[in-house]
Design a protein around this ligand. Structure first.
Ligand code: PLP
Length: 401
C-alpha cells in the first residue's frame, strides 16, 4: 500500500501511544527514510535497539537462512543457535544458565520470579521483598512495573504486587532498609528512561557488601545499558558491580524481539521443571541473529570503538552547550548520552525540540523530565555524529534562543 502522507494520524493503535506517527519506509546504517522519501539521521536506534544500524544485509541473510530451516520449535525442544547463544552469554560472567524471553520486561519479570524462589528456599516464605530505586524504569508488566519508580507509569494499575520498596538512588541511607526479608535489589547501573543517571561506585560497593551479608540477590537491569552500549559489555563493570542476575534485551537480536536473564548456579539450583517458561523466547531465528550481534559487540576492539565514539559525542555535546551558553550538562556513558537542561522553562520545551529536530531531519529521544537523549547505532560514523549534533544545535537555537 502506498501512503500519501509521512505523518499518519490516529491509526488503530491504542491511546497509550501518540496519535500521530512518522511512517518510515527503509533504513541504511544510521539513516532512515519516511514514506515520502525524506531522509533522517537516526540517533534513536529504535530506542537503543538497532546497535548494528538499519538495513544490514548480513542480518537479513542470517534470518532468512534460518527461517527456511525452522522458525519456531517451542521450549520443549531446542536448536543449535539457541544453545550456542546461551553458552556464549553465560561465559560472560559467573553464570550457568540463560532464560530467553521476548522483551525487557519479561527478562526482569523472570529475574524477580527467580529471586523470590531462591530467597524463599534459603530464607523462608517471608523473604520476598524487592528494593529498587528512584529514577528506575524496569518495564510495563506488573512485577517490573512495581519496581519502576516513575509514579505515572504505575498510576491506575494499583494494587501493585506486594513487597516492592522504592528508595532514593545512590543514597547510602536507602540501603539501611535492607534486611533478611529482601529477596533482591534491582537496579540499572546507568538509568536510561529516568534521565541517564549513573550508579556511583561507592554506592555499588556498599550495596554489594550488604547483599552478600544478608544473602540478597543483585539484579542488574542492563536492558538499555548492556551489550556494549556504554563501551563495556555491561555498564555494571564501570561501577565495580558484580550482579548475581543480569537482564539483557534491546540490541540482543538487532531489532528482533529477544531478551535474556542470566543466572548463577545457586539460583539455578532452586528452580524446578515447570517453575517458569515462555512460548517465543529463544527461538532459532532471533538466536541466530543474536549470535551475529555478539560477534560484533563482544570483541574488545568493538567495545573500544563505542568508547571512542562516545567520548567524541560527549565532546561535541559539551561544545554545543558552551557555544549556546546553555545551563546544561552532558550525561551518560558510551553511546548512551544526553543533554540535561537545568533551566526548568527550557526543559519544558524538550517535546518541541524533538519535533523540530525531526522536521530538521534528526531523530532524538527524551529521558526523564529534562534530558535530550541520544542512543545512536554503534555503526554511526564520527561524521554523522558531528552532523547530528550540528542539527541539534540549530534546532535548540530555533526553539530556545
Ligand atoms: N528495563 C530498561 C532499563 C529499559 O530501558 C526498558 C525499556 O525501555 C525495559 C526494562 C523494558 O523493556 P521492554 O519495553 O522491552 O519490555
Amino acid at each position: 500500500m502506498e501512503w500519501k502522507q509521512a505523518m499518519v494520524l490516529n491509526p488503530p493503535f491504542p491511546k497509550n501511544y501518540a496519535n500521530e506517527f512518522l511512517m518510515l519506509k527503509k533504513g541504511k546504517g544510521s539513516w532512515l527514510w519516511d514514506v515520502k522519501g525524506k531522509k533522517y539521521l537516526d540517533m534513536t536506534a529504535g530506542i537503543a535497539v538497532n546497535a548494528l544500524g538499519h538495513g544490514n544485509k548480513k542480518i537479513a541473510r542470517i534470518a532468512k537462512k534460518q527461517m527456511k530451516k525452522l522458525i519456531h520449535v517451542s521450549n520443549l525442544y531446542t536448536t543449535a543457535p539457541a544453545v550456542r547463544l546461551a553458552q556464549r552469554l553465560v561465559a560472560q560472567g559467573d553464570f550457568v544458565a540463560v532464560h530467553f524471553g521476548s522483551s525487557g520486561s519479561e527478562a526482569n519479570e523472570t529475574a524477580l520470579k527467580y529471586a523470590r524462589i531462591y530467597s524463599k528456599k534459603h530464607k523462608g516464605d517471608s523473604a520476598f521483598k524487592i528494593l529498587s530505586f528512584d529514577g528506575s524504569f524496569h518495564g510495563r508488566t506488573m512485577g517490573a512495573l512495581a519496581a519502576t519508580a516513575t509514579a505515572k507509569y504505575r498510576k491506575g494499575y494499583e494494587p501493585m504486587p506486594e513487597g516492592f520498596i522504592i528508595k532514593p538512588f545512590n543514597d547510602m541511607e536507602s540501603l539501611k532498609v535492607l534486611d533478611e526479608k529482601f529477596a533482591a535489589v534491582i537496579l540499572e547501573p546507568l538509568q536510561g528512561e529516568g534521565g541517564l543517571n549513573p550508579g556511583e561506585r561507592e554506592f555499588a560497593q556498599e550495596l554489594q557488601k550488604i547483599c552478600k551479608e544478608k544473602n540478597i540477590l543483585i539484579i542488574a537491569d542492563e536492558i538499555q545499558s548492556g551489550l556494549g552500549r556504554t563501551g563495556t559489555f555491561l555498564a555494571s563493570e564501570q561501577l565495580g558491580l558484580f550482579p548475581d542476575i543480569v537482564c539483557l534485551s534491546k540490541p540482543l537480536a538487532a531489532g528482533l524481539p529477544l531478551s535474556a536473564t542470566l543466572i548463577p548456579q545457586r539460583v539455578n539450583d532452586c528452580i524446578n521443571v515447570g517453575d517458569h517458561g515462555t512460548t517465543f523466547g529463544g527461538g532459532p531465528v532471533t538466536t541466530s541473529v543474536a549470535n551475529f550481534v555478539l560477534d560484533n559487540i563482544i570483541p574488545p576492539k568493538k567495545l573500544d570503538e563505542v568508547q571512542r565514539k562516545g567520548q567524541f559525542l560527549e565532546m561535541l555535546l559539551n561544545k554545543l552547550i558552551e557555544d549556546l551558553g546553555l545551563k546544561a550538562q552532558v550525561k551518560g556513558l558510551g553511546l548512551l548520552r544526553g543533554i540535561a537542561l537545568e533551566d526548568e522553562n527550557q526543559a519544558a520545551s524538550i517535546g518541541n525540540i524533538i519535533v523540530k529536530a525531526r522536521e530538521n531531519g534528526l531523530l532524538v529521544l527524551r529521558a526523564g523530565s529534562n534530558v535530550i537523549r541520544l542512543a545512536p547505532a554503534f555503526v554511526i560514523t564520527e561524521k554523522q555524529l558531528r552532523l547530528g549534533v550540528d542539527i541539534l544545535k540549530e534546532t535548540i537555537k530555533e526553539i530556545l534562543l
